[in-house]
Ligand binder design. Structure first.
Ligand SMILES: [Mn+2]
Length: 324
């Protein structure tokens, strides 16, 4: 469908309705939260009521985006499951299963708006705005606001910038293209402080977190012949505070073309983040185990132990990377 029609449909949807549920995938990251909070703040400015709900907790370091966190953001467990929403906005989520229990809050007759930047998006919405070439979901939210001539406050702009910076690794990943820079320029004109927000989301870790990251980094395995680096962590992590720094360290290893960060998730599964700085498609590779994402950044879950993971996934990756 013509993108201009989608912009108008989403604009009409938010103008003509009230009482929205805004959600995104569990284990929220910066893009997820940035896009959700930007929508919440915009609807608030329009005099509309809405709530951001996630199966998991908001990460403390993003608290600065919301003055009224406890009313704006709820964990699913804080919600009355009998209250259903007819107007639903889902961002940054390829498959509706990834919102987890929050789907219980969606009424049968609900209109669902699906805004995402994963190529693998299942088009589960009534209105779908999917752009697999977009670096972040947050910048898609920006485009929707801009195309509908909605007034973007500095707070909304900050939330969008948080999303873009999170998914581009602070404008350093390969997905940082001309469009990203041009939107960041717009956001700076709207009053967002690039250096300040970069510092807020990347440059602060407690001593305990720093030591944890250092321990994981000191045990990274490098397969030199294939150019693969793998980090393992068997402790429960606080996503972003510790995950992102480990990914940054992994991706800065000169010898590694493909990296994996493997940690324990709930129900005895392993959670894996895959990154590549070359032309190896990690989304296709993760797809063998039901995962996916983007060409240079993907995720998957694995049912098994670290040892089984090494024999299965690491060996297959070594084979595929050598084949080129
Ligand atoms: Mn994203």
């Amino acid at each position: 469908m013509d993108t201009n029609i989608i912009f108008k449909e989403i604009g009409d949807f938010i103008t003509n309705n009230d009482n929205f549920l805004i959600t995104a995938h569990f284990s929220p990251d910066g893009d997820n939260l940035g896009a959700c909070i930007a929508f919440y703040l915009m609807l608030k400015d329009m005099g509309k009521s809405s709530i951001v709900v996630n199966e998991d907790l908001i990460i403390d370091k993003f608290d600065f985006l919301l003055e009224n966190k406890s009313t704006a953001f709820k964990q699913f467990s804080e919600m009355d499951p009998n209250v259903k929403f007819d107007n639903v906005i889902i961002v940054d989520t390829a498959n509706i299963d990834r919102i987890g229990k929050v789907s219980e809050l969606i009424s049968e007759k609900a209109t669902v708006i699906n805004i995402d930047h994963h190529f693998t998006n299942a088009n589960y919405g009534n209105i779908n705005f999917i752009d697999g070439n977009s670096a972040s979901a947050s910048q898609l939210v920006y485009k929707i606001f801009k195309e509908n001539n909605l007034s973007i406050s500095t707070k909304i702009s900050d939330a969008i910038l948080v999303g873009i910076l999170s998914d581009t690794g602070g404008l350093k990943f390969r997905n940082t293209n001309v469009e990203v820079i041009s939107i960041v320029k717009d956001l700076m004109k709207l009053g967002s402080d690039l250096a300040d927000i970069t510092e807020k989301i990347f440059a602060s870790m407690s001593y305990k977190e720093t030591m944890k990251v250092n321990k994981i980094a000191s045990e990274i395995v490098l397969y030199e012949k294939e150019g693969i680096a793998v980090a393992y962590n068997d402790q429960k992590m606080n996503p972003l505070i510790e995950n992102e720094p480990v990914l940054m360290i992994l991706n800065s290893i000169e010898e590694a073309k493909v990296t994996m960060f493997v940690r324990k998730a709930d129900n005895n599964k392993l959670k894996v983040s895959l990154r590549s700085n070359s032309y190896f498609n990690v989304s296709d590779f993760a797809g063998k185990w039901g995962g996916g994402g983007h060409k240079n950044a993907a995720g998957m879950r694995y049912d098994g132990t670290f040892e089984e993971f090494k024999k299965d996934v690491v060996e297959k990756l070594k084979l595929e990377v050598s084949r080129g």
